[in-house]
Design a protein around this ligand. Structure first.
Ligand code: ATP
Ligand code: ZN
Length: 287
């Protein structure tokens, strides 16, 4: 019986590529993605990678040519393919915004009534305008949207923004965020059970990698009498581990803590008698 292999579509080169490939590598999945390759097979996980343009990925997943894929949520929503959103991945965060020439007033979406707006996202923009009962002319263009107002093609634009630098250098200002996006894993809705099973294994690994990224391993020394107070601040996955130091009356405590909680609790830890605090990254975290 042939063993099922999960076909995974990732962007060949662009803003999603590096983080997508890193995600699989952090999950311990090995493959060779040498320059110019269109396909790669993993040597240690039942998966095959297809390297494609991001816009084509939802279509390949809908057709079942790929079982899962990674795209920006903006592309997933825009292209309206029959695929399921399996998991948000937390990278390639950006927003889709309305921008107008810097000198122009903007008091709200009603100001777009009757205007012409250039965008590569006519579906998302159309939904936004409809939901506010605003009628505007959507001028669909596939790239360099931000120059449209300066060449007289449109009154406003609706484009992807991350820092806002490109808008600024084209004399535009961001006035309304209409959609927030991050990378998502999409999947073929009717996957056979054996492939679904591989997806579950993959999701399990992704969860443990993502959890590890948000947490740190903390090691500190303290006088033994301070252990109860410090344990309250560092509950860990179950309870902190406590080891005796080679000096009488002193102990070492080890625990896991969410990085944000760590920074919020650092002063309290020191007040409670923690010394020599080490904060160490965690590679994988499995409950
Ligand atoms: P392709 O050649 O594969 O069609 P592309 O030029 O359409 O690529 P990219 O610019 O690589 O696409 O962007 C891919 C996705 O990354 C976008 O759909 C969006 O979700 C996200 N993205 C776009 N711009 C940024 C940004 N400045 N910062 C972070 N993420 C972004
Ligand atoms: Zn694209």
């Amino acid at each position: 019986m042939s063993q099922a292999v999960l076909r995974i579509a990732v962007q060949k080169s662009g803003r999603l590529s590096e983080d997508s490939l890193n995600l699989f590598k952090e999950c311990g999945i090995k493959f060779d993605n040498g320059a110019g390759k269109l396909k790669a097979t993993s040597s240690n996980f039942p998966a095959e990678f297809l390297f494609l343009r991001d816009d084509d990925i939802p279509g390949y997943v809908e057709d079942g040519v790929a079982d899962i894929g990674i795209v920006g949520e903006n592309v997933h929503v825009e292209v309206c393919k029959k695929v399921s959103e399996v998991k948000k991945l937390g990278f390639s965060k950006c927003r889709l915004s309305i921008a107008v020439p810097r000198g122009e007033a903007y008091n709200g979406v009603q100001d777009l009534e009757g205007k012409s707006i250039a965008t590569s996202y006519p579906v998302i923009l159309g939904n936004f305008l409809n939901s506010h009962g605003v009628k505007a002319h959507i001028h669909e263009i596939s790239g360099s949207v931000e120059i449209a107002p300066s060449i007289g093609l449109a009154d406003a634009v609706c484009d992807i923004v991350s820092s806002g630098g490109t808008l600024l250098s084209n004399g535009l200002k961001e006035v309304d965020v209409i959609f927030r996006s991050e990378a998502v894993m999409i999947g073929y809705p009717d996957m056979p059970a054996e492939k679904q099973n591989i997806v579950e294994q993959l999701l399990f690994r992704i969860d443990s990698v993502q959890r590890a990224k948000n947490n740190k391993y903390v090691v500190l020394n303290t006088k033994t009498e301070n252990i109860p107070a410090i344990a309250k601040l560092l509950p860990g996955m179950k309870a902190p581990s406590v080891f005796p130091l080679a000096e009488a009356g002193w102990s070492s405590m080890h625990s896991v803590i969410n990085e944000n909680d760590f920074w919020q609790n650092i002063e309290k830890l020191r007040e409670a008698g923690a010394e020599g605090i080490l904060v160490i990254p965690i590679e994988k975290m499995i409950f």
